[in-house]
Write a protein that binds this ligand. Sequence first.
Ligand code: GCV
Length: 651
Amino acid sequence: MMRDTAWLSKKVHDSPYTSYYIEDTDELTVTLLREMAKLFPQCERSNQEDSSLQFKLVEIEALGKEGFEILHMDGKIIVQANTTNGLLYGMFQLHQDLVTKNELKPVFRSVPDQAVRMLNHWDNFDGSVERGYAGDSLFYDNNQFRKNYDTIREYARLLKAIGINALTINNVNVHKEETFFITQPYLSEVKAIAEIFKEYGLTLYLSINFAAPISVGGLTTADPLDEDVNKFWADAANEIYAEIPYFGGFVVKADSEGEPGPFVYDRNHDDGANMLARALQPHGGIVIWRCFVYNHLQDWRDRSIDRARAAYDNFMPLDGNFDDNVILQIKNGPIDFQVREPVSPLFGGLTKTNHVLEFQVAQEYTGQQKHVCYLMPMWKDVLDFDTKHHKENATVKELLPKNSPNIQRSGISAVVNVGIDNNWTGHKLAQVNLYGYGKLIWNNAITSEEVLDQWLDLTFDLTPKGKEILTEIIATSYQTYENYTAPLGIGFMVRPNHHYGPDIDGYEYDRWGTYHFADRNGIGVNRTLKDGTGYARQYADARFEEYENIETCPDDIVLFFHHLPYTHVLHSGKTVVQHIYDTHFEGYEKVEEYVKVWEQLKDEVDEASYNNVRERLAEQKRCALEWRDQINTYFYRKSGIADEHKRQIYG
Ligand code: GCV
């Protein structure tokens, strides 16, 4: 079966540009030529410098290494950039503009807002993907590399077309065999993949296991201050760069959820990260060190521990201690990619350490690519969040580059949502999340609506009515998902381990630190400074005061910060319990509506996509009903308060 080539499936056929000019400069020109042949089949290369379509290398400082301009005048188009890499980005933009019939401006300049624009695969060598919902790994099967280079090349072009410039290809939980990826014979296999991404200007990184000096090197310790351990990593780096001179570096999950790290040796994260950084530094490599560090063996009886505090408590005191080639990677929220969380206080907090933000495109907690859930609105909220660390210009998107001492080492990363499934993402509509992620981190000002509009035009051939229907489904899907799942920012309530479907108390008496504390009177976690865990104090003053005070704390995250009686009246005018009932009825009804209106698209989308979405919507409806009834019943039983509208709630 032909793979669904997502946003590069349509070619430019009916444009007046029948010939183009480009100088042959470097190996990326080969890629550009190949892409032109694929995407603009009627446009032939010419040696006429004044062809109707020209790709030009220029020297315009403001464009940097990746930016480009598309000039449209006198019937000609000129794509210009300082590098062939920039031209390649420009060509994909032009393809998109022509396919979607976007009116070309006389001068369109595009320079990425974030320097690091990365994806992390959580793929395992056995072919499984941790939190993967689109089939097995693209790269591995049964402890072998798949060597499916055509598919990988197809993937590389999809990523380039949306602006991604780096990726890791193995899980941050680095299991036994994958620990050896930094050595031969695996290194040659890694190189074969790295070469393909390099054709598109993407840099490949590996996740490494902090204990590799023991398991690979045969040492008795992985202590970052031990000389032999330092030598092990320096040798490993030498070997890697001898094979792959353009290798990006390491991504590290250390002292997190059972992964080894410096704590074992009474050392800290800066000791561990800087030790690896020293090994990579002579080669220009980078260490990306994750801040997802918390006590995952918590006793639920111990109310003094708050998982939300952990990243800030661990890393804030180390700000400024990290080498220039270390980047900290911080999840968008303090817990774990919930449908609604406050923004991590490390953004705006850290000012002396390079850092990137981590999103999750994979829908671990947002319906696992069985439910439609458009994540752009959430990501926009995070990037536009005003940390209030300064009077102005203190949004997350502005502070990421500003608060990293080396602007080239700041940006955004994300757990990707693709697998070997023919449509890449399992749920066809989940493609929009990958597309949107790339577009948004390149251009932080793009709106959710613009992204959706583009993706629909690139993907389907819809009538205006059809487009309206699909726009409505996708645009409302995030709010819908939130409505029928965990309310008011409390999070979790999912089945343990696989995290799919409702299980309200599933984690309540467990060790993972994700509690909601519902009792007969109320629900929520008291994270105030006054008499709670004090998490609220990790924010800048204005935010702290806003969250600390129940009068000003926003409704949508109020249960994250406060334990409230069910009868507490929200800013919306509803009580907590009535809000829960209303949103859960609304959420489910909306899914019922999606199922119905999708049928109207039968003749508008290809059969595979039609059936794919229809089947998944049916599952979403089944699951949303479970959520609705379990949540409503749970809170009815706890509170004894009836629904004002007397809808059916099971006793
Ligand atoms: C890769 C969550 C997920 C884990 C994941 C972890 C992480 O806890 O459930 O599967 O592990 O985040 O981000 O490291």
